[in-house]
Write a protein that binds this ligand. Structure first.
Ligand code: PLP
Length: 423
């Protein structure tokens, strides 16, 4: 979409009429039709099917089946759900398992990687803070002779690809740990190119897929990625606090040990032997008992993503983010908004960040008065998450018009001194 798009509501409606995935919107709970939800990159919507499943899990399975439930699907749930995620990320079913949170999975795999290889850790300053904190903690634990180096983005938006590649050539790094799609600007790395650079420099790769899984096609095998982790409550629509997943390339599974040795990762757990021996394969990365209810509720969203297919989802998401950027260029730029996501589609995930000097006030006016839910990321980013499973082109058109009103009608002024807890 190179030429400016028409800014009319009729054009948005036409794009919706031509959208082969439009029917999937009805698969999600939406009882506030006037509310425009653009935060699916933070908390995905509730699939209709999850409502009935939650009732079944609690009333029939927990209430009726009681302890028998463990042999009727609960025990195998981490692998069953992992196998579905594997289809979205170009992995084999036995290379993905669901457990714990993304931060904890990062801890487990980073410690495992650093015990397997000498050397430092490389990341960038666009990475999600929790990931950086975890890596700092891992290095505190493993000794002062190792350090974390953060390559600096040239502009706070694009990944420092040249700086990362250059440092990898020194051969000093054991681990390259990056967000595939970065949380603020949505910049998306060329995973294959950087994984190759890491391999050539002797480093293992650990990709955080939290902002790309379910939004961007991922092929971990083709990219030669070693390890990955990711979040299930964003584009996967798994629900608030849903457990996360992890991937370890099959050939590496015998080399990366889980430092949290718990009974769920023990080879023969019901022998209750007092010596830990890791289970083979991905089960070794479990620690304690899986949160069965939350874990099971990830499945309905995965089924919808698999039905849509990542290629069709990316096609729609690309059209939508390009459409949104074109509307923003025409309608929002004159009101002081700037684009803080890459213009180059190949470098962009599925959310668009817009900068504005009054971004927090605009965000709060949209939430409190104008029926749009985006989010705010410090210091001046409004993030518009596009979830192609359920967002329409009309959503985007309407959101842009309401953002324009937030500024032109001065709504944002009411919130200039606000300090919300969650933004
Ligand atoms: C959302 C997100 C997380 C979430 O971590 P939790 O431990 O599951 O809370 C981690 N990393 C990135 C890059 C994220 O976007």
């Amino acid at each position: 979409m190179l030429a400016p798009v028409p800014t009319t509501a009729a054009f948005a409606a036409q794009l919706d009429a031509e959208d082969p995935l439009a029917y999937l919107r009805a698969a999600f709970v939406d009882d506030q039709p006037d509310l425009i939800y653009l935060d699916g990159n933070s908390l995905g919507r509730l699939p209709q099917a999850a409502v009935g499943l939650a009732e079944d899990l609690v009333r029939r399975q927990w209430g009726g089946r009681l302890i028998r439930g463990w042999n009727e699907g609960w025990f195998a749930a981490p692998e069953r759900v992992g196998a579905k995620i594997a289809q979205l990320i170009g992995a084999d079913p036995d290379e993905v398992i669901v457990a714990d949170s993304t931060s904890i999975n990062l801890f487990k795999l980073a410690v495992g990687a650093l015990r397997a290889r000498p050397g430092h850790v490389l990341s960038d300053d666009l990475n999600f803070p929790s990931d950086v904190y975890v890596l700092q903690g891992v290095l505190d634990l493993l000794g002062a002779d190792r350090r974390l180096e953060l390559a600096r983005s040239p502009d706070g938006m694009h990944g420092p690809v040249a700086a990362l590649s250059e440092r990898l050539t020194t051969g000093q790094f054991a681990l390259l740990s990056l967000s595939h799609t970065t949380f603020k600007s949505g910049y998306t790395y060329d995973m294959a190119a950087l994984s190759a650079a890491a391999r050539d420099g002797g480093a293992l790769t650990l990709w955080d897929l939290s902002h790309s899984v379910g939004a961007v096609p991922i092929d971990l095998h083709a990219a030669g990625a070693d390890m990955a982790i990711g979040c299930c409550y964003k584009y996967l629509n798994g629900g608030p606090g849903a457990p996360a997943f992890l991937y370890v390339r099959r050939a590496l599974q015998s080399q990366i040990a889980n430092p949290i040795q718990g009974w769920m990762g023990q080879q023969n757990l019901f022998a209750f032997d007092l010596n830990y021996q890791a289970a083979p394969g991905m089960r070794q990365y479990l620690a304690g008992t899986p949160p069965v209810v939350a874990l099971s509720l990830i499945e309905p969203g995965l089924d919808l993503l698999l039905e849509a297919g990542m290629d069709r989802l990316r096609t729609k998401s690309a059209l939508q983010s390009s459409y949104l950027i074109s509307l923003s260029d025409q309608i929002l730029a004159p009101l002081g908004f700037t684009l803080k996501s890459p213009r180059n589609l190949a470098e962009r995930g599925s959310h668009v960040a817009l900068g504005h000097a009054q971004a927090l006030g605009i965000d709060l006016a949209l939430i409190n008065e104008l029926g749009v839910l985006p989010d705010f990321r410090t210091p001046d980013n409004l993030r518009l998450g596009i979830a192609p499973l359920y967002n329409s082109f009309t959503d985007l058109h309407q959101a842009v018009l309401r953002m324009a009103r937030a500024v032109s009608e001065g709504h944002y002024r009411r919130y200039q001194d606000a300090t919300p807890t969650v933004t």
